[in-house]
Design a protein around this ligand. Sequence first.
Ligand code: NAD
Ligand code: UDP
Length: 323
Amino acid sequence: MNIQGKRVLITGAAGFLGSHLCDRFIKEGCRVVGMDNLITGDLKNIEHLFKLENFEFYNHDVSKFVHVSGDVDYILHFASPASPIDYLKIPIQTLKVGSLGTHNLLGLAKAKGARILVASTSEVYGDPNVNPQPEEYWGNVNPVGPRGVYDEAKRFQEAITMAYHTFHGVETRIIRIFNTYGPRMRLNDGRVLPAFIGQALRGEPLTMFGDGSQTRAFCYVDDLVEGIYRLLLSDYVQPMNIGNPDEITIKEFGEEIIKLTGTNQELISKPLPTDDPKQRRPDITKAKAILGWEPKVGRAEGLKITYEYFKSLPQHIIEHKEF
Ligand code: NAD
Ligand code: UDP
């Protein structure tokens, strides 16, 4: 499908995923409007786009009324803290951007006749009792635990998005994103991959939470972006998982990072955070059947690219450990 010339609003544009989406839609010949309040993002991620005629940027908190003049064909709502460290530090903003922010963007989609895709998450499954997680699984979430601010905001986001589709006829898409990694993650965002690589680069021990038997499945960012693109242009309105089903324990993952970086440091155990999911792996049967999508980049290749990126950062960023 040719979407050349379409105008696309991307919220969270200065963040990890948002910045890669800006690149992709510019590459497709779209006019891209980026929006971000820079609470966890960095303008460096999109500075290469500022010179382009078909890129605009607005510094705005989308939890407040969102105004965009002119036509808008597509909206990709990716604004939200995404790392547990971030959303525990700014819990109210996290709840607001998932709820009020999503409401504002659905209102904008309705007013402009735009199609909107919202970024949901595997966290809607909480600490899942079934593995892998199919979209039909309703989840196991502690609403008042520390992670509840993120999980429940995203669950509300899905509910209001579906309501706008059903009651207002807005064209909506819901993607449930599983752990994704790649260049432009913040080295100090507290997520396991940047945490381990940052520690290796600084010559510190790698902090494994608990005994490291909990599992995750890591998807390389280019694969995710392709999945988002295909879902946006599909007719599918129910939530869809996108992620790489190659599941690994955190202990094994730490050992892979030690091997990759050649560090002489070891894994040390730190307390497991409250409600940390014990297992997570996407069931991608629907993505395969409906979008013809599956991940192409294996962990060995993706980790190598990501390590090269982190290694190339200025030393003061590598040394900056504060969240
Ligand atoms: P990120 O923190 O790198 O990017 C989020 C961006 O949103 C940042 O630039 C931040 O400044 C911006 N933002 C936050 N609140 C805002 C607000 N109120 N108004 C405007 N901008 C705001 O995180 P990310 O990893 O790129 O995640 C992007 C989206 O994808 C989030 O919605 C997240 O929930 C979702 N997601 C990500 C993953 C993942 O593995 N990266 C997994 C599941 C879901
Ligand atoms: N983790 C870890 N050490 C760290 C950071 C995270 O062992 O320094 C663990 C964390 O407890 C979780 C997994 O790695 O079990 C993935 O954590 P992350 O914050 O990347 O994302 P989550 O999938 O929990 O949202």
